[in-house]
Design a protein around this ligand. Structure first.
Ligand code: MN
Length: 261
């Protein structure tokens, strides 16, 4: 009998459904919501397809497109060089491949975010999670479920902006610093348009998740969906950003492996 191998056991589990693949990726189309900055700043592109040919005189047997997209459009990966605090750290193509497969801790604060769209995760919320589920995974992701993926079909409810700016949940500045500097995770994953809360433009520092995480060589994953299908512990995230050389991030297919008993 050959030694049972980890990968053959995984393949068998994927085949029989005892390991389920959960797609955490939002579909990428022209209607995928994108972040909107105040008008004095540069703006990211929405996703666009440009047809090259579709079984026609431009290419009789083939269909293909060019596309245009922001690096930070749709479900995407934030690399450390996205923020000025991490400007000398890794670009998205330099992130080591082995760091793209990692365990996830899932913190469900959807009830809190449903009551208050400006809800902020504090260190105490994470500590309470750890008291119940154990320490955050070394080299893993902290995924914060807020239920915001239910709004991802359209720009307006997703950004949830009024004359004072966007109202979306996120982390407090203190919690962002703790995750970046004191926790063992490599990154933060969220369901909102960016890792920071809607009101984070006026936090100290501004956009603390970006500032602290990127500055600490950590990563972000945004516009995730189906995070609610993951258990608090035990899932494995596979994040596949396009390896854009010198890029600050990239659209990513993000999958999770979940063991079902
Ligand atoms: Mn981003």
């Amino acid at each position: 009998m050959p030694e049972p191998s980890v990968l053959s056991a995984l393949v068998a589990a994927l085949r029989d459904g005892s390991v389920e693949v959960v797609d955490l990726t939002s579909p990428l189309s022209a209607s995928t919501p994108v972040i909107q900055l105040p008008p004095e700043f540069g703006q990211t592109a929405v996703f666009e397809l440009e047809e090259i040919s579709r079984y026609d005189d431009r290419g009789p047997a083939w269909y293909w497109n060019n596309f245009r997209s922001g690096e930070h459009t749709g479900t995407h990966f934030d690399a450390p060089n996205h923020w000025v605090t991490g400007k000398d750290l890794d670009d998205v193509a330099s992130v080591p491949a082995r760091r793209l497969i990692a365990p996830a801790a899932v913190l469900d604060l959807s009830a809190e975010a449903a009551r208050d769209p400006d809800f902020l995760v504090e260190v105490d919320h994470v500590k309470a999670w750890e008291a119940e589920h154990g320490p955050l995974p070394e080299g893993g992701w902290l995924l914060v479920r807020t239920g915001w993926d239910a709004r991802s079909h359209a720009q307006e409810p997703f950004l949830n902006a009024d004359e004072n700016g966007p109202h979306t949940p996120g982390l407090s500045s203190r919690c962002a610093r703790w995750v970046a500097q004191e926790s063992p995770v490599i990154g933060l994953g969220v369901e909102t348009v960016g890792t920071d809360a809607g009101a984070a433009h006026s936090f100290d520092p501004a956009f603390p998740c970006h500032s602290y995480l990127m500055g600490g060589g950590k990563y972000g994953l945004t516009q995730l969906r189906n995070v609610g299908a993951l258990p608090p512990t035990g899932s494995v995230v596979i994040a596949g950003p396009l390896p854009i050389v010198t890029g600050s991030g990239a659209p990513a297919r993000v999958l999770a492996l979940v063991e079902r008993s």
